[in-house]
Ligand binder design. Structure first.
Ligand SMILES: *Cc1c(COP(=O)(O)O)cnc(C)c1O
Length: 382
C-alpha cells in the first residue's frame, strides 16, 4: 500500500518576513508592553476601519473583556447562537450573565434574526452574533433588534477578518467586534486576539482590564480595578503586523481554494456545498464546510469522517452544538430538540482541509477521498 502524505485540516502561512519581524523583537530589550503593541493595534484599526483596537492574548480573553467592560453580570441575558465555537457563549458565563440561545438560519448557519428577536426578554442586555466560518451575518437586522430593545451588540468576528458586508468590514458593526489569531484563523499570532470599538470609554476600560487594572498611565503598582493579565506580547504583535500586510493575499487565496473545492465537489449529490454569497458581500473564508443532505444523519457523517481520516485527510464536524455540551445541559436544562436547525446542521457538517498553501492537486485528492468515503458509507438499497 502506498503511503500518501497526510493533508492537515489547517496550516499557518508564515514566511521569512514574519520570522524576521519576530526575531527583531527578540533582539530588542522590550518583549512585552513595548512599541509593537500600539503598532499592531493601529494597523488592525486602519485595516478594518475602527477607531480603537485593543490587543489581547486570545479571542476568548477579548470576549471576556467586552462582557466585563459592558458591565454585564448576574441577572443579565445575552442572546447568542448555539452553532459556534464554545468561547462565544462561555464569555457570557465568565461574567455570571446568562447566554440565551436562538436557532440559526438553515442556509447561512448564522443566528436567525427572527429567532433572536423572539428570544429577547426584559432581562436581555446584549446580542452576541457570530460570523460563522467567515460568512457575514445580517448585522443590520441584529442592529435593528438591538435598537428596538436598547441592547448592545457584541460582534464575534473571530472567524471573519477581512469579511465585508456592504461597504464595511465585519467587526465594525457592533458596540465591540472581536478578532482571533489562533493558527487556524485567516492570519495568526500563534495565540492572540484583538477587540475593536468606536467607544473610547469602553476601550479605556478594556485597556485597563487587560493590564492588571492599571490606569491609562500604566503606573506599575497602581490598580484602579480588578484586572487580568490578558496582554499580547510585542513578539506576537510584531508577527501580527507582519501577517496583516498579507491579509488581502490570504483572503484572495482562500477564495481560490474555496472555488476549487466547489468545482471538484459540484457533482456529488449527497452533499450541500456552501450557500452562495450575495454580491454585496465578500467572505473571508475561515474554513470550507460541506454538509450531507438532510436525509442523512450523524451516523453516516461520522462514518464519512472516519473514512476520510483513514485516507489521510484532516477533517472535523464543525461545530458541535454548544447547548448540548454537558455543562450547558446541566446548568440550563438544555436538551436535544430545542434548536432543531442547529442540531440538524451540526449532525451533517464536514470541514475539509483549508489553508493558503493547499494546492489544486491536494484539493483534487481530498475530493477523490470524499467521493470514496461517500461510496463506501452509502446505505445499500434492498
Ligand atoms: C477562534 C474563535 C474564538 C476565539 O478563540 P481563541 O482560540 O480564544 O483565540 C471565538 N469565537 C469564535 C467563533 C472562534 O472561532
Amino acid at each position: 500500500m502506498s503511503v500518501l502524505e497526510e493533508i492537515p485540516l489547517s496550516g499557518p502561512d508564515v514566511d521569512q518576513s514574519d520570522i524576521d519581524a519576530v526575531v527583531a523583537v527578540l533582539r530588542s530589550p522590550q518583549l512585552s508592553l513595548g512599541p509593537r503593541v500600539p503598532e499592531f493595534e493601529a494597523a488592525i484599526a486602519r485595516y478594518v476601519g475602527a477607531t480603537h483596537a485593543i490587543a489581547i492574548n486570545s479571542g476568548t480573553s477579548g470576549l471576556h473583556l467586552v462582557n466585563l467592560a459592558l458591565g454585564l453580570g448576574p441577572g443579565d441575558e445575552v442572546v447568542t447562537t448555539p452553532f459556534s465555537f464554545v468561547a462565544s457563549s462561555n464569555s457570557v458565563l465568565f461574567v455570571g450573565a446568562t447566554p440565551v440561545f436562538a436557532d440559526i438560519d438553515p442556509q447561512t448557519w448564522d443566528l436567525d434574526p427572527s429567532a433572536a428577536a423572539a428570544a429577547v426578554t426584559p432581562r436581555t442586555r446584549a446580542l452576541l452574533p457570530v460570523h460563522v466560518f467567515g460568512r457575514a451575518c445580517p448585522m443590520p437586522q441584529y442592529l435593528e433588534i438591538a435598537k428596538q430593545h436598547q441592547l448592545v451588540v457584541i460582534e464575534d468576528s473571530c472567524e471573519a477578518l477581512g469579511t465585508r458586508l456592504g461597504n464595511r468590514l465585519a467587526g465594525t458593526f457592533g458596540t465591540a467586534g472581536l478578532f482571533a489569531f489562533y493558527p487556524n484563523k485567516q492570519m495568526t499570532t500563534g495565540e492572540g486576539g484583538i477587540v475593536v470599538t468606536e467607544d473610547g470609554e469602553l476601550a479605556e476600560v478594556m485597556r485597563s482590564l487587560r493590564n492588571q487594572g492599571r490606569g491609562a498611565d500604566g503606573s506599575w503598582l497602581a490598580h484602579e480595578r480588578l484586572g487580568f493579565n490578558f496582554r499580547l506580547p510585542d513578539i506576537l504583535c510584531a508577527l501580527g503586523t507582519s501577517q496583516l500586510r498579507r491579509i488581502e493575499q490570504f483572503v484572495a487565496r482562500r477564495q481560490q481554494v474555496f472555488e476549487l473545492y466547489n468545482q471538484h465537489l459540484s457533482g456529488l449529490e449527497e452533499l450541500s456545498l456552501p450557500a452562495a454569497v450575495p454580491s454585496d458581500q465578500r467572505t473571508s473564508w475561515f474554513v470550507y464546510v460541506v454538509a450531507l443532505r438532510e436525509q442523512f444523519g450523524r451516523e453516516r457523517r461520522d462514518a464519512v469522517l472516519t473514512e476520510l481520516k483513514r485516507r489521510g485527510i484532516g477533517c472535523r464536524n464543525y461545530f458541535a452544538p454548544i447547548h448540548l455540551q454537558p455543562f450547558y445541559r446541566d446548568r440550563f436544562g438544555l436538551k436535544e430538540g430545542m434548536f432543531p436547525v442547529t442540531e440538524s446542521v451540526a449532525a451533517r457538517t464536514i470541514a475539509l482541509p483549508f489553508f493558503n498553501q493547499l494546492s489544486s492537486s491536494q484539493v483534487e485528492r481530498v475530493a477523490q477521498a470524499l467521493r470514496e468515503a461517500l461510496a463506501v458509507t452509502r446505505p445499500t438499497r434492498v
